[in-house]
Design a protein around this ligand. Structure first.
Ligand code: ZN
Ligand code: ZN
Length: 507
């Protein structure tokens, strides 16, 4: 008898007026509280329409910090001058004889009258990038919908009896907010739930077991050309992250993760690779734990030589399994938090696993990693001024200079001061810095600045000279590839990148 696996709920369509689906096997139509209200036929298209709905009543608030325990959260509140309250976010999943509990405490202030006021407050709060606008659901959305000639209050579930049944969901938007955005029909295992989102529009959720989901989301990155130990390490990391983050990114909606880039691209059963299936089967249920909690096992493309600490990229708290370390065997003497050491390190080509100038890696990667271990980007002063203004949406006058702030242990900047003739704007953290210095994202926040100046001293050109690609926290994908090519096992790779964690088979 197969052991039960956790179920994940994926938001496939996040807002629609009607939803169309079909199933290749007969199915039951259930109410949200589990009552059978009818049946559906195989290979017939069904249309779900909204009859009436009321949006959720929401208020804007600002999250100042996240803490794992109530004690730590209370301590933060005691030290913070502002009026705050605690929200408990995340979920618990009963599994065999244990309970997976990923809940955490959010320390929140507000409410604010508008989203803009909450946003302005975040910009004024120090350290830069720490405060985030959040939604408080005062009362959830409600409504009535119709499927065929049946009416359902609040929502319905489409549950095929045959576990091999495949549902087809029409008009799923892929690539939201990207130029390739389009709609397609997705083939989905598991069951489907249709209900109201916070604005009162229809929402389609695919509920399926975590292993099927994992195989699907990993497939785009996993081909047979990659070493199997790398794929296994990535699969364990992805499984852990799903379990650790379920219910947090979309705390305000009734699903765990969305199907687009924001969380992980999920296209149902289309293009499932056999390499991904093999890696999932070989590690089924294996998860990274720290202190009996599942690890949020982050990963990025190329660390550049040293992994970054969690708190310098996201919120200010120590995560003992996401700590800085050298991505190689030999320790380094430099302290990359120092500007001069960071500059010298970026200018060097250290012997680390992700040094793609030294190691050749599998050609299946869709980018040129040789150019991203060390890189250089140049802007004229005018180009950069226009770019930063459009990204920040703020007029700081003429761009005078860029002033690097403190650095984390990988050399990544925690903040950057944009010095304008009218005012100086502090930009942080890592992702915000990368966003303002590129049309999409600068490769990393591990860079130093060189300037060409006119005789008057005015900057003519800015050169950003940097290392690595991505936030650099946790597993370094290129470094892990090289480790696997050198014969390290996936367990050893996971130990290298997630220090202090343990591997356990949860199901
Ligand atoms: Zn998402
Ligand atoms: Zn690396």
């Amino acid at each position: 008898m197969p052991r039960p696996k956790p179920k994940v709920r994926i938001g496939m369509i996040q807002a629609a007026e009607e939803i169309r689906f079909r199933c290749d096997k007969p199915f039951r139509l259930m109410t949200l509280d589990g009552q059978e209200q009818g049946t559906g036929r195989a290979d017939v298209e069904y249309r779900v329409e909204k009859i009436e709905s009321t949006p959720a009543h929401i208020r804007w608030a600002v999250r100042l910090a996240i803490r794992e325990t109530e004690e730590e959260a209370r301590q933060f509140q005691a030290e913070e001058k502002l009026q705050t309250k605690l929200w408990r976010q995340g979920l618990t999943l009963p599994l065999n004889h244990q309970l997976i509990d990923n809940r955490e405490y959010w320390i929140v202030t507000g409410p604010f009258a508008t989203h803009d006021q909450a946003q302005d407050f975040c910009r004024s709060y120090e350290p830069a990038g720490e405060a985030v606008v959040v939604k408080e659901i005062v009362s959830p959305a409600a409504g009535v919908l119709r499927c065929g000639d049946q009416r359902f209050v609040a929502g319905l579930r489409i549950e095929p009896q045959d576990p091999t049944a495949i549902l087809s969901l029409a008009d799923v938007t892929v690539g939201i907010e990207f130029h390739w955005q389009h709609k397609r029909t997705q083939q989905l295992p598991g069951c489907l739930e249709i209900r109201f989102n916070t604005s009162g529009a229809l929402l389609a959720i695919n509920e399926l077991d975590i292993e099927s989901y994992l195989v699907s989301v990993n497939s785009s990155e996993m081909t047979a050309e990659n070493p199997m130990e790398l794929l296994k390490a990535q699969t364990v990391a992805a499984r852990s992250t799903i379990l650790a983050t379920m219910g947090k990114h979309h705390y305000d909606e009734p699903f765990h993760l969305c199907s687009d880039d924001h969380c992980q691209c999920y296209h149902g059963i289309a293009n499932v690779s056999s390499a991904s299936q093999q890696a999932a089967a070989a590690t089924e249920g294996e998860t990274l734990l720290f202190n009996n909690r599942v690890c949020d096992a982050r990963y990025a493309k190329i660390c550049g030589g040293v992994m970054e600490d969690y708190e310098h990229v996201w919120d200010q708290r120590r995560i003992p399994y996401l700590v800085s370390g050298v991505d190689g065997e030999a320790p380094i003497a430099a302290d990359l938090r120092e500007e001069s050491d960071a500059k010298a390190y970026i200018d060097s080509t250290p012997d680390v696993y992700c040094n793609t100038l030294k190691y050749k890696i599998s050609s299946s990667l869709p980018y040129n990693t040789r150019e991203l271990f060390r890189w250089r980007v140049t802007f004229t002063r005018e180009q950069l001024e226009a770019l930063i203004k459009s990204k920040l949406g703020e007029d700081f006058g003429k761009l005078v200079d860029l002033e690097p702030g403190e650095r984390g242990r990988s050399g990544r900047l925690k903040w950057l001061d944009v010095i304008g003739s009218h005012k100086t704007i502090r930009v942080g953290k890592e992702l915000a810095i990368r966003r303002i210095l590129s049309e999409s994202h600068l490769y990393s926040a591990c860079f130093y600045i060189e300037r060409d100046r006119a005789e008057s001293g005015t900057v003519l050109r800015f050169h950003l000279i940097g290392a690595g690609w991505g936030h650099g926290v946790g597993l370094c994908q290129v470094g892990a590839t090289v480790m696997a090519q050198q014969g390290f096992t996936y367990r050893r790779i996971l130990q290298h990148y997630y220090r202090n964690s343990t591997l356990q088979k949860l199901y």
